[in-house]
Design a protein around this ligand. Structure first.
Ligand SMILES: [Zn+2]
Length: 467
């Protein structure tokens, strides 16, 4: 068996790993690369392999950095099957179309700019809605814990990764002439005790473990403290007469924040201020959550039995239309606005940051990982000025980072998961993906100290032979 790491290798986006066994090819994830604009454009336009020669794709979860290049795969002539859990399939149905819409808009913007400035170049969108829709002729939904054949000699079982709705740990049983190998790919690994999702499961019999390492050098605040920390931020900002602006991933993080606010409201602790979820994608995704209560953990089920809808209350409004979103630009008095994208690279959050970042009364509340070279990262680094829509803006608002809302395992969770896999298997080889070099080095050291004999940190396009 041969593994080639085509994306999310020594970086956190563009998850894409090729498994080759006896001349057949299975891709794990087909994610979009997010980073510097030019590099992203180049990497996302062409795939580093022949789509026609790919037999199957197994998708760990719906986040765009894991699924966002599926339409490119379709455009390139992929004819195989895409396996995913039912929730991941449903989430992709809205998220890939949304991604296509963004690509089309971006290309339109560049073309209009070029035309205006007499530049003859025209760009095509990376992909369009029709490419996203085509993908759905290829999806097969498989629930957790049901083994299914992928190709001859390869069986797959998806376990709950506890990271986002529908997220899976992919367990592949590969039968080759000489031996059988059990390969486990974590996708993105969640945390224990997250309020909506079940805890990550531990696979048995793991021989090769490909694990994410996003927070390989960091510990998160305990989940139990997050409601209070969120409440403190809201109260402090309201006391200043300001607004809380929350850039949030539309999938999971937004629902976790909404559910946290809902709990605070149910306990009558939350100040009575208007709260807006200004992201049409978040609205659609929240509806999909309601369809998949089979993925909910006992905590949210208990809440629903006692209090009702976990994603709705009187002061919370979901904003869909552009017209209603614009009204938020002239909002008077304290409020909270939750909007996408999560790394502040596109979408309505840019308008809200543009309007609010220079006012000292306001708070920018960062609740998710911010990749290098994104606006979100610059805000986290508390640069004095940041560019929004090409204009320099002073960062006067308070910047608060709450990593406790992260849906990713932290350093200790990752090590604990590795050890749990070893207790139930042999784990002869660990491969770290989906992390920046520094956390990866530290996590590799930690795995080494804990007696894991082989820990690899592959570079992009590096190949590993598993004998
Ligand atoms: Zn993810």
């Amino acid at each position: 068996m041969r593994l080639t790491f085509l994306g999310a290798a020594q970086t956190v986006t563009g998850s894409m790993h090729m498994v080759e066994t006896e001349g057949r090819r299975i891709l794990l994830d087909c994610g979009m690369f997010q980073g510097r604009r030019r590099e992203s454009n180049e990497r996302n336009r062409t795939l580093p392999f022949s789509a026609k020669k790919l037999d199957a794709l197994i998708l760990s979860h719906a986040h765009i950095d894991h699924s966002g290049s599926i339409p490119t795969l379709m455009k390139a002539g992929f004819e195989g099957t895409i396996f995913a859990t039912p929730a991941t399939r449903d989430l992709c149905a809205v998220m890939l179309r949304d991604a296509a819409f963004i690509q089309t808009q971006d290309a339109g913007y560049i073309n209009r700019y070029n035309e205006k400035h007499g530049i003859p170049d025209r760009v095509e969108p990376i992909y369009e809605e029709k490419d996203a829709i085509k993908a759905f002729e290829h999806f097969i939904s498989v629930p957790y814990r049901r083994s299914f054949p992928v190709i001859d000699g390869v069986t797959c079982t998806m376990l709950d990764a506890g990271h986002v709705l529908g997220s899976a740990i992919v367990v592949l049983d590969v039968k080759e002439q000489k031996r059988k190998i059990r390969l486990v790919f974590t996708g993105d690994l969640g945390r224990v005790k997250m309020p909506i999702l079940n805890d990550p499961e531990t696979p048995a019999g793991t021989q090769v473990l490909i694990t994410e390492s996003t927070y390989g050098d960091r510990l998160h605040d305990p989940i139990e403290e997050m409601d209070q920390k969120l409440l403190d931020v809201v109260k402090r900002t309201v006391a200043r007469g300001g607004k809380v602006i929350v850039p949030s991933f539309a999938l999971e993080r937004a629902q976790e924040i909404i559910f946290a606010l809902r709990r605070l409201q149910a306990h009558r602790e939350l100040p009575r201020i208007p709260i807006y979820v200004d992201s049409p994608l978040t609205v659609k995704i929240t509806d999909i959550f309601k369809l998949h209560s089979e993925s909910f953990d006992p905590e949210i089920r208990g809440f629903m039995a006692d209090e009702g809808d976990p994603f709705a209350f009187a002061d919370l409004r979901y904003v869909d239309s552009v017209e209603d979103s614009r009204k938020l630009n002239v909002l008077d008095g304290p409020a909270m606005i939750i909007s996408a994208s999560g790394m502040c690279e596109a979408g309505r959050i840019l308008h809200h940051l543009n309007n609010h970042i220079e006012d000292r009364r306001n708070t920018i509340l960062i609740v998710g990982f911010q990749a290098e070279h994104t606006l979100g990262r610059r805000i986290v680094e508390r640069r004095q000025t940041v560019k929004i829509f090409g204009v320099a803006r002073e960062v006067n608002a308070e910047v608060v980072v709450l990593h406790g809302f992260s849906a990713h395992a932290d350093r200790d969770d990752l090590l604990r998961f590795g050890r749990a896999c070893r207790e139930r298997g042999s784990v002869e080889q660990v491969v770290l993906v989906h992390g920046e070099p520094e956390p990866q080095q530290k996590l590799a050291g930690l795995f080494g100290d804990n007696g894991f004999p082989r820990v690899a940190i592959p570079k992009t396009k590096e190949t590993l032979e598993i004998a």
